[in-house]
Ligand binder design. Sequence first.
Ligand code: ADP
Length: 525
Amino acid sequence: MLGLNQDFPLLLSTVLEHGAANYGATEIISHGHAETIRTDYASVASRARRLGSLLKGEMVGSLAWNTHRHLELFYAVTGIGSVLHTANPRLPPAQIAYTIDFAGCRTLFIDLDTLALAESLRPQLPSVEDFVIMAPRSAMPATTLPGVVCYEDLIDAGDPDFVWPIFEERTAALLCFTSGTTGAPKGALYSHRGTVLNAMSTGGGNGWGLCADDAILAVPGFFHCNGWAVPFFGPMFGAKLVLPGRSADTAFLHRLIVEEGITVGPGVPTIWLGLLEHCRSHGLRLGRLNRIFSGGTAPPAAMMEAYLRDYGVRTIHGWGMTETTSGSTMSFARDDLAVMRTQGKPLYGNQIRIVHESGAPVARDGKSPGLLQVRGHWVAGAYFRRPEVEFQTEDGWMETGDIAAIDPDNTLHLLDRAKDMVKSGGEWISSQALEDAALRHPGVLEAAVLAIPHPKWQERPFLVVVPRPGGGLTEDDLRAHLSGIVPKWWLPDSVCFVDDLPHGPTGKLAKNVLREWLKEGRLSP
Ligand code: ADP
């Protein structure tokens, strides 16, 4: 027997219309190319409807930063049942072209900031027929691109009375590619249903705890896991949104946090470490900011401690992947640092488990490591147009490539990516845990641990450190510091000091590049 509720599909257009109807005057502040716009949900919804009335094609592309126009595009494209492929301008150019071409985008929306990039990619984009420049008419540039349209002309020409169509909630809405450290990037194709459920659950009480008193700073690019759901959180929870364009400049972000009364912001730890340094060195405070959301890679414990102790800002720590539509587990931490250090528990809609290589279950005792698998309403079941890539078990769990331990109460302790673990004498050393221990030394700015081959132990850890300038850090200091934190057999066989470490397109440490440096002899253990 079926229930007798109304059968109303979970469509992204309903999220925007909810924001417009209930929080229409709530502000959205957008910092585009030499342009700051203060707008609101009512206006964004009205412009999205006009744009939606004119759009065509199954797949529309964007190569753009976080602005109100990109936000409108999210809803205009998905609202009519087309798919928005948010190409990542931070990928290597050949990979950007690959993703746009592979997706088959016929229209590409670009910013003034990405125009030069689009022009240079043009010969590699045979499928693209029209380029829409997301700029005011007065700023339309001269360009070598064919078929150029001004975004604001489309808005003006659109139908103000357009009504979003209703369709099947499992329809694809957004396409995001992994950053592809090895091989071609792979696409995660998110449905309306998965995206709405993800935002409802991760934005709620045990996740970000969002409400209409919040003001969110949208740091992660909209092209990275849908900007970690921020474009949906705003209208869904009625929160003010601040969109910093392409800038991740620390002083600029700090100014926005204070001037716009930001209460919460997402970002990779590099962003939060930079902000902490900035506040410390200039004696600055953080206004209304009361929580940061850290994801993408393990946040240093020392950073979370400093935010809580010195600024009263707690860290919501989440784990997720492109394949899990942003967040999958989150630490509901209040003021408990021990909980903040974990990756938290699955939000409703996700399940986690750990298994041996054989597939046999590993005990949830908080200690035993296993291969992490996940399943749920917004977990990818296949890659876009790559049916040959298998990453699901026969019983429907996704293999994440991460190694984790799980507590009896289901709290996740992510130990490492399987490929980054150091396998020493048949035991595993977590490169992440060793890096975290090194970062607790005040003289260490950044740390990376690599496995190097060893004749007796198979692999041993090699520690690469960016020291704080002028701090006089020595290898002996580091060893003494580490031996108070990690087991003796974890101590790195060698340590090397560098001025800088390489980062990938999402700001994470690029260990693949470091491994290349090692091969080329640029780093000597
Ligand atoms: P990429 O693989 O290109 O970095 P993703 O954003 O999909 O792109 O990365 C997902 C991976 O990032 C996870 O599999 C995990 O290894 C790592 N990760 C994400 N969040 C955390 C976290 N809170 N702690 C540790 N590692 C994390």
